[in-house]
Design a protein around this ligand. Structure first.
Ligand SMILES: Cc1cc2nc3c(=O)[nH]c(=O)nc-3n(C[C@H](O)[C@H](O)[C@H](O)COP(=O)(O)OP(=O)(O)OC[C@H]3O[C@@H](n4cnc5c(N)ncnc54)[C@H](O)[C@@H]3O)c2cc1C
Length: 465
């Protein structure tokens, strides 16, 4: 696709929409806006516009639509698959300035807010009102617009589900500039195709979210974590299906290996409560009474010990909680800091196939003589596997990465898994999704894209293209 090159007339019009101070041309745009955290792709936008209202976004989109200019929506840029990179230049709309919490409705248990509100601000705000927004992705500086657009998952998905499960309604600016509301405050909705759910996870390719209505829950009164050391990863991960089968339902079940813990200790300059074992499960339980939680974690602690756990540490003091969860939150950054370059595979497999997948990545590590590190959400089958470049020459790295990735995604298909559990497809993972879904599935997806965006101006080159 070719798009119109932005000229001074376009800039003049757009200045008339947002004023002089919120428009930046190429040389004034920070390099940060050319890439996200990991997608392995970069390109500068021609124009960066900081929007402050739905009306502004609508006018920018209408102008772009009428003039064949490509547009990319940008949250905090913490994505990991290159989804927010403006491959064709064009306009980037920065939504972080639309950051107001608009309404807490305690009668309907909903929170209405603008897309630039950060995840960390949401939890702080609702918890002050004894309420709870369960989705808990690791990067708390991401925007809610970004979280919704990637259907972000996070640690609590085992018990509470993912972002899509907490989006009741959306206000969206379509590529032609029209503003449409999808869903609302209603609890039930059987009213035609669920376009709201389709927009969640659409990675900024179908419309720009300018307002969201989130579903809240009462804040659980108590929570406790267990850190469980195992002699090896197989024993640790092999225990997870047994925990699930016991119907105990922890809030989170994360797995981690010693190498990753050591990287996090080095990165944070802080000690983890224990690093003497090869592998660990980190589990959380929440509920409204001590007895309720104790019953659940006793049952799970016994299962772990029966399956070969070395010990069970209860993480109940604030100090221990901080040590464990700050290390868990830093794993990605710590692994990144331990190498020169890396890429990530975020597959999701059925929960009882996780061990098989991780064992396979161990075989690949040996076969290709390349460092592979993994951690992730064992309780929902979503793995984060990082292939590290270290000191490899660029051409050897690129070839090995391709071969290792092909092998991992093929294995995920064999195990009846899917390409992405929570980070999305963006730019970097398209070819693996195309391969998995095949022509029929992809043609339905492309038809949906065309229905929303017939001129293909919104985030071109992503997801289904
Ligand atoms: C250390 C670290 C840990 C992470 N942990 C997790 C995790 O546990 N779980 C998880 O799911 N992800 C995780 N992520 C990935 C990332 O934080 C999420 O993908 C997040 O949802 C991106 O939000 P953002 O505001 O940074 O969006 P961006 O990266 O700016 O954009 C992401 C996509 O959303 C689109 N978009 C952004 N705002 C809008 C909008 N208002 N309307 C339409 N489209 C929009 C963009 O065009 C792009 O396609 C992690 C990332 C890091 C760096």
């Amino acid at each position: 696709m070719s798009y119109k090159t932005i000229d001074s007339k376009d800039v003049e019009y757009l200045k008339s929409v947002v004023g002089e101070n919120r428009i930046f041309t190429k040389e004034d745009i920070s390099e940060d806006f050319s890439h996200d955290e990991l997608g392995g792709v970069s390109n500068m936008p021609d124009l960066l516009i900081s929007a402050l209202s739905t009306e502004e976004v609508s006018k920018i989109m209408k102008y772009a639509y009428d003039n064949n200019i490509s547009v990319v929506a940008r949250g905090s840029g913490t994505g990991l698959v290159g989804a927010s990179v403006p491959l064709d230049g064009g306009i980037m709309i920065n939504l972080t300035g639309m950051n107001k919490i608009l309404e807490l409705d305690e009668e309907n248990l909903t929170l209405t807010l603008e897309p630039g509100v950060l995840l960390m601000e949401i939890s702080k705000f609702v918890e002050e009102h004894d309420l709870f927004y369960p989705p808990d992705p690791g990067e708390k500086s991401a925007t809610i617009g970004g979280n919704i657009s990637t259907n972000a998952g996070g640690m609590r998905a085992v018990k509470y589900g993912v972002t899509r499960d907490y989006v009741r309604g959306l206000e969206v600016v379509l590529p032609n500039g029209k503003v449409v509301e999808f869903g609302g405050k209603v609890v039930k909705n059987s009213s035609g195709y669920s376009l709201k759910d389709l927009l969640v996870g659409s990675e900024g390719t179908l419309g720009i979210i300018t307002k969201a209505i989130l579903r809240l829950l009462p804040l659980p009164k108590k929570s406790i974590s267990l850190l469980v050391p195992f002699p090896d990863l197989n024993k640790a991960i092999g225990t997870v299906p047994k925990i699930i089968k016991s119907k105990a339902i922890p809030t989170a079940i994360e797995f981690m290996q010693r190498e990753v813990i050591l990287s996090a200790e080095k990165f944070l300059g802080k000690k983890f409560p224990d690093n003497s074992s090869d592998a660990y499960l980190l589990l959380t339980f929440d509920g409204n009474s001590k007895e309720e939680i104790e019953e659940a974690y006793d049952k799970v602690a016994n299962i772990c010990l029966e399956e070969g756990a070395i010990d069970v540490f209860i993480v109940d003091t604030d100090e221990r909680k901080e040590a464990v969860w700050s290390a868990r939150g830093a794993f990605l950054e710590a692994v990144k800091a331990s190498t020169t370059e890396m890429d990530e595979c975020d597959v999701v497999v059925p929960r009882n196939r996780v061990a098989e997948f991780i064992n396979y990545t161990d075989e690949l590590q040996k076969e290709f003589n390349i460092r592979i590190r993994s951690f992730g959400h064992a309780g929902d089958g979503n793995l984060h596997v990082y292939v590290l470049k270290d000191e490899l020459a660029q051409d050897i790295w690129k070839n090995k990465l391709l071969e290792v990735f092909d092998a991992m995604y093929n294995k995920a298909i064999e195990l009846k898994g899917l390409v992405s559990g929570e980070h999305g497809i963006g730019y970097a993972k398209r070819k693996y999704m195309f391969k998995q879904y095949g022509d029929e599935y992809m043609s339905v997806m492309r038809g949906i894209k065309t229905a929303f965006d017939p001129e293909n101006i919104l985030n071109p080159g992503k997801v289904c293209e």
